[in-house]
Design a protein around this ligand. Structure first.
Ligand code: SF4
Length: 94
């Protein structure tokens, strides 16, 4: 079983209208960040590098690993909280 198939076994409850992660200032991603590391470090591909230099974030499917918060040290442009109780990733073990 590959990683994608394993990830597919997890379920995700979306907290509509209340994403638990936000990009503080999207302009910073576009104008100040050269690496845009979040777009390749996220195991769930929540961040996307748009062709025009912008980075977009869709938190559905986030695994709550915290990598994006850690990698964005230079600009600290990631606002990160755990989802509200009952929302977010439901890991299936075994
Ligand atoms: Fe992706 Fe992990 Fe950040 Fe969630 S916490 S958006 S899975 S890098």
């Amino acid at each position: 079983v590959n990683v994608e198939e394993k990830l597919f076994q997890n379920r995700y409850k979306v907290d509509h209208g209340r994403p638990h992660i936000k990009i503080r200032q999207p302009d910073l991603c576009r104008n100040e960040c050269k690496s845009q590391s979040c777009t390749y470090v996220c195991p769930a591909s929540c961040y996307k590098a748009e062709g025009n230099g912008a980075v977009t974030l869709i938190t559905d499917g986030c695994l709550e690993c915290g990598s994006c918060r850690i990698i964005c040290t230079e600009l600290s442009n990631v606002e990160w909280e755990y989802p509200r109780g009952g929302h977010g990733i439901l890991f299936k073990f075994g």
